[in-house]
Design a protein around this ligand. Structure first.
Ligand SMILES: Cc1cc2nc3c(=O)[nH]c(=O)nc-3n(C[C@H](O)[C@H](O)[C@H](O)COP(=O)(O)OP(=O)(O)OC[C@H]3O[C@@H](n4cnc5c(N)ncnc54)[C@H](O)[C@@H]3O)c2cc1C
Length: 453
């Protein structure tokens, strides 16, 4: 069977892995010159790796880790110490370290020792968040109508823990504030955090997500006969009747005919290529419920180390939400002699919420970042900034606001030979690399179940 996949992010590549393994003829069409979508990394003219965004593999990402194993990349990421680290003003740090005990004792003991939470925070958290810890999927679903802030206050958990702990988690997960994000993903994470010791540990790619994950996926797909075309933007579908695709047409006019088609486009791009006829289906109309979170990734190259923390960091009250010194976390990239790096820190910082920053000039954003860097990393005050880059993504992952989750489409829709993959489609993870990998697998499985093979 010939299958055309549009979009070479984690979702499209995961679907392709499944399909080439079953001997199908797979063609992937990607609009950009680089593969990976939101995980893409490219080299600039100075040989530096520029990331679309700092990416972390979580211990609970079993599907993604399985793909990494299948493509021979299981050694391409490294687990870090199991803790949440907050960068505080003037170089101080505070920690939530999981105790070396089975869950939930690892979290209870770790939480009681967390120095950035007051005793009242701890008591109110254990008492207030108990329904999340004890809850199941049905309960989480039932809480999707309210924001996390509303849920947190309703359950009597402290205001300080909301600002200090949960705001950082909301910004890291979905790049939006706790008073915007739905309660559902947050309490789901709380359950994971509180009951599964391994699920929340952080892994970093040895080099970067492009070279350590996307490139091995590409090689694996091509070694099994899959063909990948870049600079190949899908512009529309030609129909045969209303509910069957006859062909797909690229922007350059090239026509592709296949037995089945998988859209692994982000939802905002998919909306642009849908035939008007399909909007009579709720399935496609509901895609208009989704809007993307704006986010910015900033990278800074310094002439010396400004931190020795080899892990993900969070902070409160800064323009950046999550960040890492990738010269430490990613030992096979960002090292002395590679591009601009000279042995100093290379900070990769996710700026969120970013809606107010999107139209600002890059140098203004960099100045704001540097002000906060000086505040959190005193060694940076004497350091020289060698280079900075800014990557703006106006519509990244979909905003997980209340009452949107139920509109996530199944991978199998009303069009006979079209399947949807992508982190926004229905699978049990929020938009993430794991969600994208699961969606790709589900799209491929549903396609094969329908057409055989
Ligand atoms: C700054 C940032 C940090 C993140 N950090 C993490 C993290 O730490 N951990 C984590 O798990 N997740 C993280 N994520 C989320 C994660 O990157 C995404 O959820 C995931 O990569 C989405 O994969 P996808 O394949 O569904 O979509 P995408 O990656 O968006 O891939 C879609 C592809 O379709 C292509 N395309 C679009 N239109 C067309 C067209 N018309 N024709 C052909 N191709 C087209 C795009 O160019 C793209 O390559 C982060 C995201 C960002 C932005």
């Amino acid at each position: 069977m010939k299958i055309a996949i549009f979009g070479a992010g984690v979702a499209g590549l995961s679907a392709a892995i499944e399909l080439v393994e079953r001997g199908h003829s797979v063609e992937i069409y990607e609009k950009r010159k680089v593969l990976g979508g939101k995980v893409s990394v490219w080299k600039d003219s100075e040989g530096d790796s520029i990331e679309s965004g700092l990416h972390i593999v979580f211990g609970g990402y079993s599907q993604l880790q399985e793909y990494l194993k299948r493509v021979g990349a299981e050694d391409n990421y490294l687990w870090k110490e199991h803790s949440l680290i907050y960068a505080e003003p003037d170089g101080a740090q505070s920690f939530f370290r999981k105790a070396n005990l089975p869950s939930p004792w690892a979290e209870v003991v770790g939480g009681m020792q967390a120095d950035f939470l007051t005793m009242w925070d701890k008591i109110s958290l254990i008492k207030g968040l108990w329904p999340a810890l004890a809850g199941n999927e049905e309960y989480f679903r039932s809480q999707d109508h309210m924001t996390y802030s509303e849920w947190h206050r309703l359950h009597g958990a402290s205001e300080h823990s909301l600002q200090k702990l949960w705001r950082a988690i909301a910004l890291a997960m979905n790049f939006i504030e706790p008073n915007v994000i739905s309660a559902r993903p947050m309490i789901t994470i709380f359950k994971y955090f509180g009951t599964d010791y391994a699920a929340t540990k952080f892994g970093f790619f040895r080099k970067n997500p492009g070279e350590s994950m996307i490139e091995p996926m590409r090689q694996y797909i091509q070694s099994r006969g899959g063909r990948i075309f870049v600079d190949a933007r899908l512009s529309r579908f030609e129909l045969e009747g209303d509910e069957t695709i006859k062909s797909a047409v690229l922007r350059d006019g090239h026509t592709i005919e296949a037995d089945a088609y998988i859209s692994a486009l982000p939802v905002h791009n998919l909306k642009k290529v849908l035939p008007d006829e399909w909007l009579r289906h709720d399935y496609f109309r509901n895609l208009h419920q989704f809007t993307g979170s704006p986010v910015i990734n900033c990278q800074l190259w310094f002439d010396r180390k400004i931190t020795d923390t080899d892990n993900l960091m969070f902070s409160e009250g800064t323009i950046f939400a999550t960040f890492a010194d990738v010269s430490l976390t990613c030992p096979d990239d960002f090292q002395a002699g590679m591009g601009t790096a000279n042995g100093g820190s290379v900070m990769s910082l996710v700026l969120a919420p970013a809606h107010q920053l999107m139209d600002m000039p890059n140098h203004v954003i960099t100045d704001m970042v540097m002000k906060d860097i000086h505040n959190r990393f005193p060694k940076s005050r004497d350091a020289k900034l060698l280079k900075s880059t800014i990557v703006k993504i106006p519509q990244s992952v979909y905003k997980a606001v209340p009452d949107v989750d139920r509109y996530r489409p199944d991978q199998l829709g009303p069009v006979r030979n079209l399947f949807l993959a992508g982190d926004y489609t229905d699978q049990h993870y929020l938009a993430s690399m794991e969600g994208a990998a699961l969606s790709g697998r589900q799209a491929a499985e549903k396609l094969m179940a329908k057409f055989g093979g």
